[in-house]
Design a protein around this ligand. Sequence first.
Ligand code: PXP
Length: 239
Amino acid sequence: MDRIRLGVNIDHVATLRQARQAIQPDPLWAAAAATLAGADGITVHLRSDRRHIQDRDVHLLRQTVSTHLNVELAAEDEMVALMVNIKPDAVCLVPENPAEITTEGGLDLQKAGVRVARAAKQLKAAGISVTCFIEPDDKQVKLARKLGADSIEINTNAFSLARGGQIIKEADRVARAAKNAQKLGLGVHAGHGLDYFNLFPIVAIPEITELNIGHAIIARAVMAGLEKAVRDMKALLER
Ligand code: PXP
């Protein structure tokens, strides 16, 4: 029996910290807790606007994450230079739009080809594995290979939003892209919008070796931990 590797995306922990410009909750603690629970890797998105994860977080995560550190990143020169210096295990190149709430789609490798190829070359020269976050589309898969990516991460957002008969259609699209990517020698990852209820058709795709999941895990952590947090506070009020 094989098992898909789980990269836990801890951006939301940093979002909560930044909401109060506070020290807690520290994504470093979240990374340690996720690792103790068996996470195969830690994923963070260092956005150009630094809305959640900060440079300090990535530097310290590099020093403390002993499993696999994956940084999602726009293919911009300044961001790539930072990664060449910090050297995470992997960088997942993503499109970035300052107005978006979360990553809205995969890279358009036809439009972003030059930037992505330059970023991939610099990152690989620094010993960093390069992933392209793309839609489950054959053209994009081929371009990812051509531009020098080691792996693709298939955007599962459309799959996760699908309802009824669309679910199987979207899962098939992901499965087809996964098969084509593996044939080309690319590593196959997936993520975005996956949760405890919808991920089974994705887990069943044999070519997928890694899932990156954030929102669902952090949302569950809040709900699973709230009762204990209130009990802990109540205990402090006894006198
Ligand atoms: N993969 C990529 C490239 C992402 O941008 C995100 C969101 O930061 C994820 C995976 C995780 O998505 P979610 O938080 O919906 O699980």
